[in-house]
Design a protein around this ligand. Structure first.
Ligand SMILES: *[C@@H]1O[C@H](CO)[C@@H](O)[C@H](O)[C@H]1NC(C)=O
Ligand SMILES: *[C@@H]1O[C@H](CO)[C@@H](O)[C@H](O)[C@H]1NC(C)=O
Ligand SMILES: *[C@@H]1O[C@H](CO)[C@@H](O)[C@H](O)[C@H]1NC(C)=O
Length: 444
């Protein structure tokens, strides 16, 4: 009995144990479920957090964008209000230097003093800056001056425009070429709605006005800064080439203008851009042809030329090519075509003749005359402004003597036959080039 009782006891114990185990097992399972639940919950919470964070980031970015926009609007308003434009310098430095500059400005009220002070204060600056300082010191140009609109400047611009027009028409009359060249409607950009007609001279600050016309054409600023399409193609989509009849129609009720540049600086610029580098396929080919035709071969028996020739044509070879091309009556490439036959200023009564040398002042004058201040004024991105109007042009100005020192007087005289009229029409003086060239040539 005892054993039976024990057995039963142990049986009960067994059952109890079993029950206990089962209980534990269930508890364990429950716990696992409980553990699983929070994971699910956590995951849901995690996604929610992620969404919220994403929203925050998006709103943050949007806010920053808004802030930037309003800052630009603010600073451009300040510029308009008379705080000096600092577009010609890196922003960080501009911010630091502004108070001193403003003070200077009010003291001297002389744009040149301010600009050259600025230029001379950074003697460690690179050669570009030095060249700019030289150009400014020479007073030859208002290229990228610290420009600010004022009645006096406006009056000065107006006086210059009148003077240029009168010089032009006198030269046209003297040379008896009034109406001689048929207008070249093909090269005009006309926006009748804005009352502007522009004859685009390549290598004379044309990219800036191309940008302006793209703005007039309705392209968004941010699109223009981002896009890889060529500005001229974009502009042509909005301003197709007019017919001669259309051009004549529009000329009578638009402000017509062209932007000219010192003819030989333009020529050097075209050479450097199109032939010296030789990147473009078409110009590479042209360069090869020029070299083939105009590179002097060393005479037999003479010792080989010590100077290493570049692959593309030299400036002398390029000019020899131009002279031969001119004599043969060939059509000139738009980048070095003389202006008198390209924009035909003696056949078209242009309202305004702007110059690269006074580019900002003249451009602003045109913009104000056309009443396009809100559309165009201060709309040039800073980087673009620096690269377009300033460095390239002042570089070329300082490099031009060096290029002309490669040629001799005979060649200069022949090249001047092509471009002398441009010099005279637009009030430039070509005499100095005779001091750059070599007196005599070593034939052979
Ligand atoms: C340079 O320009 C300034 C300001 O326009 C003028 O006052 C000064 O007379 C000019 N100097 C020369 C040498 O032309
Ligand atoms: C050009 O136009 C202006 C004003 O429209 C006029 O005063 C001037 O006489 C014209 N000149 C020529 C040469 O046609
Ligand atoms: C050009 O400048 C020189 C002096 O540099 C002067 O003798 C000459 O008369 C000027 N030519 C013209 C057309 O103004």
């Amino acid at each position: 009995m005892a054993s039976h009782g024990q057995q039963q006891k142990s049986y009960q114990q067994y059952h109890q144990n079993r029950h206990h185990h089962q209980y534990h097992y269930q508890q364990h399972q429950k716990k696992r479920k409980m553990n699983l639940m929070p994971i699910k919950l956590n995951r849901r919470r995690f996604y929610l957090c992620l969404k919220v964070m994403l929203l925050f980031v998006v709103f943050g970015l949007y806010f920053v964008l808004l802030l930037r926009e309003s800052m630009t609007a603010f600073s451009s308003n300040r510029m308009k209000a008379g705080v000096k434009s600092e577009a010609h310098k890196p922003p960080a430095e501009g911010r630091l230097a502004r108070p001193a500059k403003s003070a200077l400005h009010h003291k001297h009220h002389n744009h040149w003093a301010v600009a050259s002070q600025h230029a001379s204060s950074r003697e460690s600056a690179d050669s570009d800056q030095k060249q700019l300082a030289v150009a400014i010191a020479e007073n030859h140009s208002t290229l990228n001056p610290v420009y600010e609109y004022s009645e006096e400047l406006n009056a000065a611009a107006e006086a210059d425009f009148n003077e240029r027009r009168s010089v032009l028409w006198n030269v046209c009359a003297d040379h008896r070429i009034i109406g001689k060249y048929p207008p070249n409607a093909w090269e005009f950009f006309i926006s009748p709605g804005h009352g502007l007609a522009w004859c685009n001279i390549f290598k004379a600050a044309s990219s800036t006005w191309m940008y302006y016309f793209n703005l007039l054409g309705g392209y968004d600023i941010r699109f223009l800064q981002r896009t890889r399409s060529s500005p001229i193609d974009l502009a042509r989509k909005r301003f197709p080439r007019p017919s001669t009849a259309e051009l004549n129609d529009y000329l009578s009720n638009t402000i017509s203008f062209l932007i000219v540049r010192e003819p030989f600086e333009r020529l050097v610029s075209a050479y450097r851009n199109k032939l010296e580098g030789c990147r473009n396929k078409y110009y590479k080919l042209l360069g090869e042809q020029i070299v083939k035709r105009f590179r002097k071969k060393p005479k037999e028996g003479s010792k080989p030329v010590s100077r290493k020739y570049p692959k593309g044509p030299t400036f002398r070879e390029f000019l020899e090519f131009l002279v031969a091309h001119y004599k043969s009556g060939g059509r000139f490439d738009e980048h070095w075509s003389p202006v008198y036959s390209f924009c035909t200023p003696c056949s078209i009564n242009f309202t305004l003749i702007a110059k690269v040398e006074t580019f900002q002042r003249d451009s602003e004058y045109i913009i104000r005359q056309a009443g396009l201040e809100t559309l165009l004024l201060n709309k040039l991105p800073r980087s673009r402004m620096r690269t377009i109007t300033n460095r390239a042009a002042s570089n070329t100005r300082n490099l031009t003597p060096r290029y002309f020192s490669q040629i001799d007087e005979r060649l200069l005289t022949e090249v001047l036959e092509i471009y002398q009229l441009d010099f005279e029409l637009f009030g430039y003086n070509s005499t100095k080039y005779y001091s750059y060239v070599q007196d005599s040539i070593e034939e052979g």
